[in-house]
Design a binder for this molecule. Structure first.
Ligand code: HEC
Length: 126
């Protein structure tokens, strides 16, 4: 019995750690739902979206990979490439930004800004 109990203990520790990770991960999903960005406020391309692309995307999407997200090319690249279509949550840009390979590149509020910018018509505004 003593032997069995000792065997079970590490199992419980591992279970507790896994449960903790799962709970934390689900919290992150909820924090994504928190409205940190007002959907009614216009999200402007040049002053909000482009700086985000410059900070988070152009080191990889700097000309050699589609879409080209450098400021001189990004708007053209996103629109002609069909990345910003309605409904916004189904667009190639937004679904990529929240996909497992790309999700870590942006903060939850940045993902929301991209979503709202697309849903507001993906305008090339200041
Ligand atoms: C570490 C490098 C890296 C960074 C940073 C990065 N990407 Fe990507 N991106 C890739 C690679 C590699 C692919 C192609 C493979 C794939 O689809 O995941 C890609 C593909 C894409 C695609 C799909 C292209 C297509 O034609 O299907 C989009 C849209 C995209 N990225 C947008 C972004 C945006 C927006 C950001 C910034 C928030 C970003 N990426 C940051 C490496 C990166």
């Amino acid at each position: 019995m003593e032997f069995l109990n000792n065997l079970k203990k590490p199992g419980i520790v591992v279970f507790t750690i896994l449960a903790g990770i799962i709970i934390l991960a689900s919290c992150e999903k909820y924090s994504f739902r928190v409205e940190t960005v007002d959907p009614v406020d216009s999200v402007h391309f040049k002053t909000v979206i482009q700086p985000l692309l410059d900070n988070k995307c152009t080191n990889c999407h700097g000309g050699s990979r589609e879409p080209d997200l450098r400021s001189a090319y990004s708007y053209e690249s996103l629109t002609t490439g069909g990345y910003v279509t309605l409904p916004a949550d189904k667009s190639k840009l937004y679904t990529k930004v929240i996909s497992s390979g790309h999700a870590s590149f942006t903060l939850p509020e940045e993902k929301l800004r991209i979503l709202y910018w697309i849903s507001q018509g993906a305008k090339n505004n200041k």
